[in-house]
Design a protein around this ligand. Sequence first.
Ligand code: IPE
Ligand code: IPE
Ligand code: MG
Length: 231
Amino acid sequence: MKEEFSVLPVHVGFIMDGNGRWAKSKGKSRNFGHRKGSEVIEEVLKTCFDAGVKTVTLCAFSTENWNRPKEEVDEILRILDKFIDKYRQKASKEDIRLCVFGDFSRLDENMKNRIEAAVESTKGGKSGMVNIALGYGSRQEITRAIQNIIKDGVTQITDDTLSDYLYTAGQPDVDLIVRTSGEQRLSNFLLYQSAYAELYFTDVLWPDFKREEVIKALRWFEGRHRRFGKV
Ligand code: IPE
Ligand code: IPE
Ligand code: MG
């Protein structure tokens, strides 16, 4: 059934949180939770694009997540590597552009190459955009932007200049940020781009965040009155 919305976010960000607690509640390992969490991503993306959302940014692995135990970090990265490699085919078929951004300096070369190949092979995609934030931190993104602005010798700096130096250059600001698992914080995700984003928090844990939960979030957004400082 096609859902109709009177107003939709153009760009939605998902903070995919709660894999560990979901697994714990089932007596399973945290890594099992990460695997299950990765299995709902496609359904979430499909629901968004079917509804008419144009851009989705997934918070997949943050700068701070490097501080987790090595075996968990390794497994999360392995799962994301697999997801990207698999989603690439779907993206190509559905004319979706895949973009992966963050600091990749600690990733292994093979993974970096696969990411690059996925991004390259989908770069002509016009019907939707999926950003995967990986090794990503918003503060580091802003710091890097300023370093590059200085390096380029740019002296006339406006709000747009800074936007143009972020990983999301050329993309619309995020309209809606969804965070699962009951936490009500941004955890260093899209801080500059979310200046006027609506924030939706749900207690649902990420592996349970399926189609109907996406619709619920979009319906909630539909009922917001965005004033952007006006009356
Ligand atoms: C989100 O789930 C996945 C990543 C941060 C990579 P968590 O692993 O943070 O799950 P909780 O918050 O411990 O339940
Ligand atoms: C945020 O979740 C990052 C991702 C979902 C990838 P965290 O679980 O890392 O966030 P905190 O530590 O609870 O703020
Ligand atoms: Mg968490």
